[in-house]
Design a protein around this ligand. Structure first.
Ligand code: FSO
Ligand code: SF4
Length: 544
């Protein structure tokens, strides 16, 4: 196996024996084969698109398949094998539609009727990341593919809520096809930047989907304690699952707690009406093994980040949607117009003790763009008066590594006249520090999930407009981004597409950037690695 798509990749070079995330060699290789088939299908897809419209069902398949290969989303070789089989069917359908039916069916298709994971694995060994020999071309191709994975995840969340955009599907197919061709480095860089534009579009679509469906997030105090009823813990990012779980648990005596990236759900008006939505339980994804054990009741993982499941809670954790783990019960997708059936989880919850309390108090969230813009006058006044000297965007992901204490230390070291804008699970590094407020404006403004990073761009663009600036980089805003997986890659590309320069990226620069590609990003966008909290705070405070 060879995988270097996330920040925790071994030695910042690549996982070659087993993923640091826990992904086995088999699953990693199968994912490579899936991506390989998607690329093959995209070549026919391009021809079909050139002739006219592409059925949206194909676009949806690309989203699901790419999403499932995202770090910490699906560890189940069986599920990936099913998708490979489906991708072969899709490839042949597109082949016929492209008018190329006369071509001989590729030997991959022998896998159509196979139920033997080993046969898939054998083929998978031949098609991985290292099949591209030139390290710069490989680096750019993979940067593009990881951006596409992030875009696919965001687009899939929007699609679940009934919001789709054919342009996104078309771009994914075109970009995947481009990774199979001999492109110059310049051509690939241009495509990577286009992926940034598409990431902005996709995040805007998801923002629209979320807010039109569940209302605009409102400033909300979220309880961190527990109460005495049995509970279900819901994690991941899928708000539709959240809605259906709340609806099905209503009046049953079972409480619902959010975990990790589901914390921002508390801020949506549509969920506030459920009095069994009780609290947020625990911290970010990588602490789940201890926290899920302590919770004592059933856990529902709706998307990433799931980590290798401990025996102590194996029989009470469930996956659904794109998430999967071998040996863990999976709740099937809703049928067209129907709902998922969470009755099994609810019955199990009733037999479990109430959750064990981990902490108490509360944290404040809900500072998505509408809420911050509602405070715009106050914010602008505070900037003009000098009460707010600087904003620091510290959005992104959290992770296991000790070096991520950097983000806690930066939050502590930033002067009292700075405001942190955040989204994503990176916030767990500092959202419980009790940082004060500036004239009623909290010093940590949490826009929501990593899926809500778009809010931070809207806020920045609004400030640029209010202050009459021609360049986003003239704003008193620094970007100190924590990355881990491929949604963060899409967010990074989105920021570059919006013209943001001088982004600090940590705790390491991506291992998949070859020295030459890293050099291009540094020269073009002044991207820099994080250094020490003290040095970086000092630099950021003088606008560097
Ligand atoms: Fe975190 Fe995981 Fe949301 Fe990521 S839960 S790390 S960017 O996969 O998804 O922020
Ligand atoms: Fe390694 Fe990350 Fe790939 Fe997992 S997702 S195998 S940790 S690079």
């Amino acid at each position: 196996m060879f995988c270097y798509q996330c920040q925790e990749t071994a030695k910042n070079q690549g996982c070659t024996v087993r993923g640091v995330c826990g992904k086995t060699e088999e699953t990693a290789n199968l994912m490579d084969l899936l991506i390989f088939n998607l690329k093959g299908a995209s070549l026919y897809g391009e021809t079909v698109m050139a002739k006219g419209a592409l059925d949206r069902s194909y676009g949806r398949f690309f989203l699901d398949a790419l999403f499932m290969t995202l770090t910490n989303t699906n560890f189940d070789s069986r599920r990936i094998t099913d998708l490979i089989r489906e991708s072969l069917v899709l490839k042949d359908e597109l082949k016929v539609k492209s008018g190329d039916a006369g071509r001989t069916i590729t030997h991959d298709s022998a896998l159509w009727h196979s139920d033997n994971v080993d046969e898939f694995h054998q083929k998978a060994r031949e098609v991985g990341v290292l099949a591209t020999g030139n390290e710069d071309v490989r680096s750019l191709r993979e940067l593009l593919i990881y951006g596409l994975k992030g875009i696919a995840a965001y687009a899939q969340h929007a699609q679940v809520l009934g919001y789709e955009d054919d342009e996104i599907y078309r771009f994914i197919i075109k970009a995947l096809a481009a990774t199979t061709r001999d492109k110059t480095a310049d051509e690939l860089v241009a495509l990577v930047l286009k992926a940034g534009d598409m990431a902005v579009k996709t995040m805007a679509l998801l923002d629209k989907a979320n807010t039109e469906t569940y209302g605009s997030p409102e400033v909300t105090k979220v309880n961190l304690g527990v109460r005495g009823n049995p509970g279900i813990l819901i994690s991941g990012h899928d708000l539709k699952d959240m809605e259906e779980l709340l609806e099905q648990t209503k009046g049953t005596g079972v409480d619902v707690y959010t975990h990790g990236e589901m914390l921002p759900a508390h801020a949506y008006p549509a969920f506030k009406k459920y009095d069994n939505l009780v609290a947020n339980y625990g911290g970010s994804w990588w602490r789940q093994r201890e926290e899920f054990e302590a919770f004592g009741g059933p856990i529902l993982m709706t998307t990433n980040c799931i980590v290798p499941v401990k025996e102590t809670y194996q029989d009470r954790i469930f996956t659904t949607g794109t998430a999967g783990y071998p040996g863990v019960k999976h709740i099937p997708d809703r049928k067209e117009g129907g709902k998922k059936d969470f009755s099994g989880i609810i019955s199990l919850a009733k037999t479990c003790p109430p959750p064990r309390q981990l902490e108490d108090g509360e944290i404040t969230g809900g500072f998505a763009h509408t809420q911050v813009l509602a405070l715009a006058d106050k914010v602008v006044e505070a900037v003009k008066s000098g009460a707010i000297r600087r904003f620091v965007v510290m959005a992104g992901c959290d992770g296991r590594h000790k070096e991520r204490d950097y983000f806690t230390e930066v939050a502590k070291a930033l002067p009292d006249d700075t405001v942190i804008l955040t989204a994503g699970c990176a916030k767990y590094r500092y959202n419980k520090l009790g940082l004060s407020d500036i004239g009623g404006i909290p010093r940590v403004l949490d826009a929501g999930q990593c899926n809500d990073s778009y809010s931070l761009a809207v806020i920045a663009l609004k400030l640029k407009e209010v202050f009459g600036l021609s360049d986003i980089n003239e704003l008193p805003i620094s970007f100190d981004i924590a990355w881990y997986e491929q949604k963060a890659v899409a967010v990074l590309l989105a920021l570059l597409a919006l013209g943001v320069k001088g982004i600090r990226l940590g705790p390491t620069l991506p291992g998949f950037l070859s020295p030459n590609v890293a050099k291009v990003l540094v020269e073009k966008f002044n991207i820099k690695p994080t250094t020490t909290p003290q040095a970086d705070v000092k630099e950021m405070m003088v606008g560097h």
